[in-house]
Design a protein around this ligand. Structure first.
Ligand code: PLP
Length: 436
């Protein structure tokens, strides 16, 4: 093995995370598979935390990008008009927005998820001339100042204090029978509730980092009704749940709602290229030129990759049907796991190809992830205590790899269970020996 591992330990910041769970050096990737420097291969159930819906090095996307580079296509262009930007805009309008009867202006913000959230919130504050932003328990929206203020996790927020954020309980947070939208409505009705009329509500329809909590259709519709009634802008964070992850291109489609602003990043880059897109109700787009600026806005390589992905996967509903089919396989498999290992698993969570199982004891999860890794599967956890084992395979994964990955999870939970019962039997035996 090359002596590169030490370079990371020696020189790379201790802020690094994923590489600690999967301590090999990766060198190649294709489809739903990753390869390390020693030629070991892994099925990828992490998919760049949702940035690789269309897989690693998709042949058709990669070919387009190579041809573009070989033809000296413009790469860095700030926000200058370019042929590829126009082609991307036309494709996005034609295949994504028009068929869904959606009318939005398209803003190419700085390319990360957190930047597009920041842009959306700044614009909402400017348009409404209000300050308060509502977000939800266990929501995750990024790690820069404004986005971080909306994020629920105290681990991520650390000691940083940000004002003007009001956090509401997400759907289901207070238990099954409690309608948290009724609470929101009550707060807005009561002038003494302490909640000033918000500029916007920022919501994920499925909480990707927060534990795959999934808002019900009724809850989302009620949120849309309330925000409309009070003139509050509804910002849907599709950074992780968008681009087909939940089955539809936008995760809000299942609730038949139309947000005022929509934030896309991660998989909108086509093959993992950095790219973010803010969709804005046309009348809200009141920016002055350069008011929301950034050097890297709309990278042309990402325009190429994204356009090809859109033309290839979203021209018909075939891809949606395939995702739906795989999602069903996952749901059935996870429901089976829950029945077989009810002593460990509390529930099946999520929708589409962002599903998982919630363990009763969060401490079990790192061990299972490690066992899976040893058997050639990259899978991560989410949730406020890391209690949810999360399946985020690329959407293009074939059924063979999908089933192999799921089987590895089952085998590893099974190994864990037998090791555990073996250990506790030994303890019991030892205890009874001592008692005798
Ligand atoms: N919003 C959601 C829902 C996310 O899942 C993430 C990242 O995981 C972000 C925003 C932030 O994206 P980025 O890490 O690209 O800044």
């Amino acid at each position: 093995m090359k002596n590169t591992q030490s370079a990371f330990d020696k020189y790379e910041s201790s802020a690094r995370t994923y590489c600690r769970t999967f301590p090999v050096v990766f060198s190649k990737a294709q489809g739903a598979r990753l390869f390390d420097e020693n030629g070991n291969q892994f099925i990828d159930f992490l998919a760049g935390a949702g940035a690789l819906n269309f897989g690693h090095n998709s042949p058709i996307i990669k070919q387009g990008v190579i041809e573009y580079l070989e033809g000296n296509g413009l790469v860095m262009a700030l926000d200058l008009h370019s042929t590829e930007k126009r082609r991307f805009i036309d494709a996005f309008q034609k295949y994504i927005l028009k068929p869904r009867d959606l009318s939005y202006k398209m803003q190419f913000t700085s390319p990360t998820g957190t930047s597009v959230i920041e842009s959306a919130v700044k614009l909402a504050k400017k348009w409404t001339k209000r300050e308060t932003i509502v977000s939800f328990t266990n929501g995750f929206h990024g790690m820069t100042g404004l986005s971080l203020s909306l994020t629920g996790s105290s681990h991520h927020r650390q000691a940083t204090a940000y004002g003007n954020t009001f956090r509401l309980p997400y759907d289901g947070y207070l238990g099954d029978g409690i309608n948290t939208m009724a609470y929101f409505r009550k707060l807005l009705e009561d002038k003494s509730s302490g909640l000033d009329l918000p500029a916007a509500v920022v919501v994920e329809t499925v909480q990707g980092e927060g534990g795959l909590n999934t808002a019900s259709i009724e809850w989302l519709q009620e949120l849309r009704n309330i925000t409309e009634q009070y003139g509050i802008l509804l910002i849907v964070d599709e950074v992780q749940s968008g681009c087909g992850r939940t089955g539809k291109f936008f995760s809000f489609e299942r609730a038949s709602i139309k947000p005022d602003l929509v934030c896309l990043s991660k998989s909108i880059g086509g093959m993992g290229l950095p790219f973010a897109l803010l969709l804005t109700r046309p009348d809200i787009d009141i920016w002055q030129p350069g008011e929301d600026n950034g050097t890297f806005r709309g990278n042309n390589l990402a325009f190429v990759a994204s356009r090809i992905a859109i033309e290839h996967y979203w021209a018909t509903n075939e891809f949606e049907l395939q995702v739906e089919h795989k999602a069903k396989i996952i749901t059935e498999f996870l429901s089976g796991l829950k029945s077989s290992f009810s002593q460990y698993i509390g529930s099946v969570k999520g929708i589409g190809i962002m599903q998982g199982v919630e363990f009763l004891d969060p401490e079990v999860v790192p061990g299972i992830i490690n066992l899976c890794f040893g058997k050639g599967l990259i899978v991560e956890s989410c949730g406020n205590q890391g209690q949810v084992l999360k399946i985020m395979a690329p959407l293009i994964i074939d059924e063979v790899d999908l089933l192999s990955g799921l089987k590895i999870i089952e085998d590893c939970i099974s190994s864990y269970a037998s090791y555990n019962s073996c250990t506790s039997n030994n303890i019991k035996q030892n205890l009874s020996l001592t008692a005798e």
